[in-house]
Write a protein of this length. Sequence first.
Length: 271
Amino acid sequence: MMTKLLKNQILKKLIGVLIFSTLVTSCDFTPRFHKRILLAQEYLNNQDYKNALNQYRLILRDNPSNDIKVKIHYQIAEILSINLGKSLESLEHYRKVKQLTEDPLWLVKAEERIAEVCFTYKRDYECSSESYKKLTEFTPRLSRYDFYEYRLAQSYSHMLDYEKAEIIFNDIQKRSNHEYNTRSFYELGLINFEMKKWKYAIAFWKEYIKRETRRDSITQAKFLMANAYETMENLKTAYNIYYSILGEYPNTQVIQNRLNAIYARRVARKR
């Protein structure tokens, strides 16, 4: 079975090959650019990312056509984000791509990467919501529409704009063929939990557990349900749920601490 590390290594090489091939076939290519791009590709193949970046920046300094600039900026952004782990620095170059072209392919690629960096690395959910909203509004509808819609709702939720998040998750919940239909029940549970609507949160998590097949996800939902019951002072139910996941929850000590605390509270009540 292919490991995650190997898959990532292959992906990085494929990205470099793809952009390299589009560069060398550009219509206004010159021998000078050709030499530098070949050299940059050689550096990439040798994982010498610093010198690869220097070569690409030299090409940009010579003011090539916008078509080449788009590809170079995108490649620089990919190196910074994927190869060097400098995702925040990559944003400038992804945004430059959007400024230089109206080609839908490049606009989508750049917007996807901006959204991912803002959501996952920068945790700037206003930024990610703007990008995911644009991606959901593309015509014709993009193949990853369900993912963009789900991430848009998550972005609103992280921004504490629960009203907007609920509207989207409720809509997803009604569409059984949506890729994130099952997950929407979990997310609606989280929103209601954050709004201190414990009974609603529990109801959504119960529906989620009925549909979910991944054991770790079910365990997490049960943990949150137990937390909600505990907050509502329904200690017996909370204790039973915590106990049911004692051997499944990743951090056994956390569950044991909750069980001990609830037991102590129940004993104190009887005095």
